[in-house]
Design a protein around this ligand. Structure first.
Ligand SMILES: NC(=O)c1ccc[n+]([C@@H]2O[C@H](COP(=O)([O-])OP(=O)(O)OC[C@H]3O[C@@H](n4cnc5c(N)ncnc54)[C@H](O)[C@@H]3O)[C@@H](O)[C@H]2O)c1
Length: 150
């Protein structure tokens, strides 16, 4: 990632993401926030960051953001995090945290190639091998499944 490229923060209107945005701006980075505001707040995103309302699984939108804002890195905070709800409605959590994160990762690997960008696709990376604890509840399991480790 070059020092001039911007950082895309998903879930940047949420609790953790909005603080990450502040820290990145303090560090002098250009920041773009992608958030569908399902639990986040528009007011939580500082004026100095570019805010885009939308879903992480919207491939054409993510591709256009990557290309148009010269995104060099993505920090992914978007997700569903309410533990009791994840137990009562686990499919919602696997959809938003796992399936949609996979879609975001696919868009990141393509690197904006769906648009007129000349940026080449990113090289293939090793896929994660994860072993969630059997005692872990769906809120944790669905987010952990989406996290990549080399
Ligand atoms: N809150 C904590 O103490 C804590 C601790 C450790 C890790 N985390 C992790 O940090 C991340 C964010 O947690 P949080 O507490 O800030 O939650 P939050 O609900 O405050 O923030 C999540 C943000 O993601 C957005 N969002 C949700 N689904 C989206 C989608 N499909 N597309 C676009 N935007 C979407 C929401 O609108 C919201 O702004 C989660 O992965 C969570 O597991 C949180």
């Amino acid at each position: 990632m070059s020092g001039d490229s911007a950082i895309l923060v998903t879930g940047g209107a949420g609790y953790i993401g909005s603080h990450a945005v502040l820290a990145l701006l303090d560090a002098g980075r250009r920041v773009v926030v992608l958030d569908n505001l399902v639990t986040g707040f528009r007011w939580a995103v500082p004026e100095a960051a570019t805010f885009i309302e939308g879903d992480i699984a919207d491939g054409p939108l993510v591709a256009s953001i990557i290309a148009e804002h010269d995104i060099g890195a993505i920090i992914h905070f978007a997700g569903s995090v309410v533990v009791p709800e994840s137990v009562s409605d686990p499919l919602k959590y696997y959809h938003n945290n796992t399936a949609k994160s996979r879609a975001l990762i696919e868009s990141a690997v393509k690197g904006g190639e769906d648009t007129s960008s000349s940026r080449p696709p990113l090289p293939p990376t090793e896929y994660p091998t994860l072993f969630p604890s059997p005692r872990m509840r769906p809120s944790g399991r669905s987010t952990l499944t989406a996290r990549a480790r080399r």
